[in-house]
Ligand binder design. Structure first.
Ligand code: UT7
Length: 309
């Protein structure tokens, strides 16, 4: 049997600047009422670089795990807004954290963190002892702050997990990743340009993609939605989350929501919501957690995890 893995630590980082809906009202043709009703967002954090936020989240995860940087064999950084074209932003984070193993970036847009989880899990199966996975994005960098259709949604942040090898057990029960590249023009940013999005089409496809992917991951885990203690969905729009949860027959009491204070932070959104739920005491050892997301591409990704070190 191949070795398995468990999550042994976590960390997050948010920039200090809070931008409320009221702040946006001052220079955009929008309102707190519209943003709250249509998206569920009340405020978001803006600023920093991917390397800064990722380093902060990674440092917290290392401390939380009770390990030292040299215990880590691989850093996987999921980001869709790298600080430079070359080298990968993970090179800067690797140096800042004093790591000694390998490092690379992956980009699967808002599905990046769960894509990264499957990559990290695979690296453990093929020899790594510990992998640091970070999702970090500075979407404000590619968002036109004067475009009300995107500026109210996107924000900045980072979240990290550390996965550790287990010889006789595996807390990774099932996963699913996929893409329909023919939908790439629903949401894109040209090099050096701002995000362009067909919001309503993304909304419709997002619900289908998350529900289909969640079902596939559950099937591979030989589990049903009744077995899930908590769903941690990508935080793009509260209405998308509610629609997906309804189709999966999962009540909102079993869904993690942090979009109200974080906005859409792309690769960081799932780990930020997950760590919020941990901090709120909503996750206990043995719980089965479903992570599920979608993003530009259009990508989708889901993972079913048993919680516990
Ligand atoms: O990580 C993946 C990222 N993207 C997404 O997940 C986005 C998915 N889509 C959405 O979340 C929603 O489609 C939006 C939040 C982007 C838009 O909500 P909607 O309910 O689909 O609104 P809509 O695009 O159908 O627009 C309705 C109206 C329009 O005005 P008219 O044409 O009816 O006069 C928009 O111009 O709302 C207007 N509008 C706004 N009004 C006030 C669009 N943005 C705003 C705004 N404030 N910020």
């Amino acid at each position: 049997m191949l070795p398995g893995a468990a999550v042994v630590g976590w960390g997050t980082a948010l920039p200090p600047v809070v931008v409320t809906n009221k702040d946006l009202e001052a220079y955009l043709d929008t309102s707190d009422e519209w943003i709250t009703e249509r998206t569920g967002i009340k405020e978001r954090r803006i600023g920093g670089t991917v390397a800064e936020l990722a380093t902060q989240a990674g440092k917290m995860a290392i401390v939380n795990s009770g390990i030292v940087p040299s215990d880590i064999d691989l850093l996987v950084l999921a980001t869709t807004t790298p600080d430079e074209s070359v080298p990968a932003t993970s090179a800067v984070v690797h140096s800042a954290l004093g790591l000694s193993g390998a490092a690379f970036d992956i980009n699967a847009a808002c599905s990046g963190f769960v894509y990264g989880l499957t990559v990290a899990r695979g690296a453990i199966a093929t020899g790594c002892s510990r992998v640091l996975l970070i999702g970090a994005d500075v979407l404000s960098r590619i968002t036109d702050k004067m475009d009300r259709s995107t500026a109210v949604l996107f924000a900045d942040g980072a979240g990290a997990l550390i996965l550790e090898r287990r010889e006789d057990s595996d807390n990774f029960l099932g996963w699913d990743i996929g893409i329909d590249g023919s939908l790439h023009d629903l949401l894109y940013a040209e090099l050096g340009g701002y995000i362009k999005m067909q919001g309503r089409d993304v909304f419709r496809k997002a619900v289908q993609a998350m529900v289909g992917s969640a079902r596939s991951a559950l099937e591979r885990a030989s589990l049903t939605t009744d077995d899930i203690s908590l769903v941690v969905p990508h935080q793009a729009n509260l209405r998308i989350i509610e629609a997906a949860a309804a189709r999966l027959n999962i009540p909102m009491e079993r869904v993690a929501v942090s979009i109200d204070h974080n906005g859409n932070t792309s690769s960081a959104s799932i780990p930020l919501a997950l760590v919020d739920a941990i901090d709120a005491g909503r996750i206990a050892d043995g719980d089965i957690i479903l992570l599920t997301g979608f993003g530009a591409g259009m990508t989708w990704a889901s993972a079913v995890i048993r919680w516990g070190r």
